[in-house]
Structures are given as C-alpha cells and as structure tokens.
Design a protein around this ligand. Structure first.
Ligand code: ZN
Length: 455
C-alpha cells in the first residue's frame, strides 16, 4: 500500500543518517547529536489536523488503555489538554475561528446557512468569510499550503498550493442542504461540478482516490456487516461518516505526496457525526426517552462503533504525522466536546450546546514545545496565532487570540492586520448581484480604496 511504502522510505532515511553518524564516529559519544541537522525556522513545516467534536471524556480513557498511540505520542512529546471553544458551539463558526484567530462576529461565518426563510436559505460559502484565513496568510508570505475538507472552503480560494474543499467530499453538500438549509430531498442541491478544488484538475483526482482502498483494512467499518444498530441511528449515514474520515486522510496524503506543503490542514468530521447518534451509549439510559433506547446488545455494539471511530482517527493521524519530522509542528484540535442531548426532532443522543461541551481538545508537539506539558487557558482563537508565532511570523493585532502557553512566547511579533489584499477565489457562476455585494464588502473592510485596485 502507498502509505507503507512511504513510511519505509522515512525509515530508510533515518537508517542512512545513523550510518553516516556511525562512520564519523561522533554520535556515539554525543548521544543526542545523532539526528538530522536542525531545520531553519522558515523551512519547518506545520500540520494541523481537526477532529470535529472529539472529547477528552473519550480520549483520556482510551489513551490510558493504550488504544490511541498517535495522540499519546504527541502528548508525550509536547503539550495536550482542553481547548476552550465559544458559544454557540456550531462547527462552521468555530472551525473558521480556528483558521483565522478571530471571533465569528469578525470573520463572518455565523452558521451553516445564511439567515433567511425556508425557500431562501442558502449554505454559507467561502465568500461569506470577511477575513483572511491561515492558508491565505501563509500563501501570501511565500509558504505553500494544502487544505483538505476545511469547513466553508467552497468555492475554493486561489493559494500557493492545493485546496480540496468540503464541497468535494461526496454527499456533504446534499446532507447540509437537507439538514441545515432544511430543503426537501427533491430540491436539495447535489455537489457542485466546479469550484470544489484548486487547481480544478484535483476534482478528477478526488474521484480517482475515492475508489482506492481504505488505509487500514484491519479496522473494519463497524457500521457494515451483520450488526444490530437501533433503527433511529441512521446506520448508512454513520457508515459513510466513518469511511469519509479515511477518504479525507487519503486525500491529505495525496496532497502531501504531490507538493509536500509548508502547511497541511485537514479536517475529519466523523467523530462528530457518529457522536450525535451514539453518545448515548456513554450516558445512563434514563437520560433518554423510550424512543431513543438501545437494547443491551445494541448499546455494546454502538459503544464499540463510537470508540472505533476515535481509534480510526488516531490511526489516520499517525499516518499523517509520519510524513512530518520531529522538528515540524504537529497540532491536533477539536472544535468542542460532547454531552447528552436530545434534539427537538428526537433523533439524537449527543450534542454540543452547553458548558458540558464547551471544551474540545488540543495536542501539539514540535521544536520549542517542551515535552509533557499541559495545555492551559488556550482557546480556539489561539490556534492561528500559535502557528504564526511558532513560524516567527507576526500575529495580527486584529486577531482575538494569542500564542498558546506551551510555546513560551510572551510578546510575539505583531502586525496591524494580515488582511491587506483581496482574497482571490476560483470563478464560478454566482447569482446576479453577488459580485457587487462582495466588492462592497471588500470596500467596507478597507481592502479596496479605488476601483482600479481590483485584481
Ligand atoms: Zn456536531
């Protein structure tokens, strides 16, 4: 399999260094010296992995049982702990704060949909974001970027690198049209044909990679085969969510293989989707109405399926981390935790609304991060400032976050704002008037003083 081959190349690389060291005869005496020469800060790479809805309530015991070795290794080599989110705990708002360092009122992605009646509800798009994201900032400053499945990245923006938007993941747009824009199946839009990837030819690559086998054949999809799940748990949807985390990791590995970007960002949403239905297996049965009960057998099968989703995410994290060196920055974050919650429609056992779900998780390791630290007082707004400061790049004074405690950088270099040029995105057919609205928005933000500055 492609992944194993790449791992063995890395291992061969290390063996070669050991050999060089042995020949020189120096490294035996200086036991810590037998590593590759330290990379300059500018050339160090960063990996940011999002695991939507991942909770320490599940992760902590699984780490103690040795079942999440990739996250355990990051925690041991660096920092780990709770990551504070902000209300309302809606994924698009929070993931955009993670990617911009700014509160939703500033970045503009307030919900899954734009406000409006049922007939006019439309999904929010990348063009609704009013500020630069980490991929724009990195790209503007000469760093290559790869972004896979980050929320609200359709239509794709033009960066120095590759963007595979969330609209490129099969079924995503349609599901959101039905769940969040509350459209009937007959009128819900399918995945768009253009603007889902940058460059456009990655549209074909996604189709090809979809057909390739899963990375870890020894971890069967727990929602497939002869197993008993409650009828209300939307088993088909959960099976797709489990499979899509693997697809998303494969897409990220393909981007990595192709351009080895300075910044790779990937968002895996499986844990959130599966927790909405199966979180109840971790709660007392009397927290739920009769219509949302598990039989004893279903409870165990469903609990194991939820844990398997975390275990698969950890394996996928391991596959991505294996592509990065010990001096590179590796960060894994979630946007919120989970709690017992029955939605009005009465179909879910888990949700994220109150203080019980306010904290997600953060794991980070890399040069300058001392091993075994606790993440303290860090919020979702701090992720982008942390990555910028780690790169010795200035943090925007208009950002709402600051570098995380574990970097030990008290007064990072700053700049008034990184939002000094219009964000460019691929051209798709926008509804009449949308372009004018976008230009007005840019003008209001001070991007455009004069018409002739428009690129
Ligand atoms: Zn959710």
């Amino acid at each position: 399999m492609g992944f194993d081959r790449r791992r063995s190349v890395t291992r061969r690389g290390r063996v070669r260094w050991l050999l060089v060291c042995a020949l020189l005869g120096t490294c035996v005496a200086i036991s810590t010296g037998c590593t590759q020469p330290p990379a300059e800060p500018q050339s160090r790479r960063a990996l940011l992995i999002g695991i939507d809805g991942a909770s320490l309530r599940v992760i902590d015991p699984l780490i103690r049982q040795g079942r999440l070795p990739s996250l355990a290794a990051i925690a041991q080599a660096g920092a780990s702990g709770p990551l504070r989110s902000h209300y309302p705990l809606l994924s698009p708002r929070v993931w955009t704060s993670i990617a911009t360092g700014k509160e939703p009122k500033k970045h503009g992605i307030l919900n899954w949909v734009r406000p409006g009646g049922k007939e006019t509800r439309e999904l929010m798009q990348s063009s609704d974001r009013k500020v630069h994201a980490l991929w724009n900032i990195a790209s503007t400053h000469g760093r290559t970027v790869g972004t896979v499945n980050w929320l609200n990245t359709y239509p794709t923006e033009i960066v120095d690198g590759i963007v595979v938007s969330d609209a490129a993941i099969p079924g995503e747009v349609r599901n959101r049209e039905m769940f969040f824009a509350r459209k009937d199946a007959a009128v819900a839009a399918d995945a768009p044909k253009e603007g889902t990837t940058f460059p456009a030819e990655w549209h074909e690559r996604v189709t090809k990679i979809r057909k390739e086998p899963r990375l870890f054949a020894d971890l069967p999809n727990p929602f497939e085969g002869d197993v008993d799940f409650p009828k209300w748990a939307f088993r088909g949807l959960l099976s797709t969510a489990f499979a899509n985390d693997d697809l998303i990791a494969r897409l990220a590995l393909a981007v990595e293989e192709e351009i080895k970007p300075d910044l790779l960002m990937v968002l895996m949403p499986g844990i959130d989707k599966i927790s909405h239905f199966l979180w109840g297996t971790l709660e007392p049965a009397d927290s739920y109405p009769d219509t949302l009960q598990f039989t004893r057998a279903q409870r165990e099968t469903s609990r194991q399926a939820l844990l398997a989703t975390y275990i698969q995410a950890d394996r996928l994290i391991g596959a991505l981390v294996a592509r990065f060196g010990p001096e590179d920055l590796v960060m894994v974050v979630s946007d919120h935790g989970f709690e017992a919650r029955v939605l009005a429609k009465g179909q879910t056992t888990g949700g994220h609304d109150t203080a019980k779900a306010l904290y997600g998780v953060m794991f980070a390791r890399g040069t300058g991060i001392a091993p075994g630290q606790l993440v303290r007082g860090v919020s979702v707004n701090d992720v982008t400032p942390t990555i910028l400061a780690w790169w010795n790049m200035p943090v925007g004074e208009d950002m709402d976050g600051t570098p995380a405690n574990f970097l030990g950088i008290d007064d990072p270099a700053t700049i008034a704002t990184h939002d000094t040029s219009p964000v460019k995105r691929v051209a798709i057919d926008l509804p009449a008037g949308a372009e004018d609205a976008k230009l007005d928005q840019l003008r209001a933000l001070g991007y455009l003083q004069e018409e002739h500055e428009i690129e």
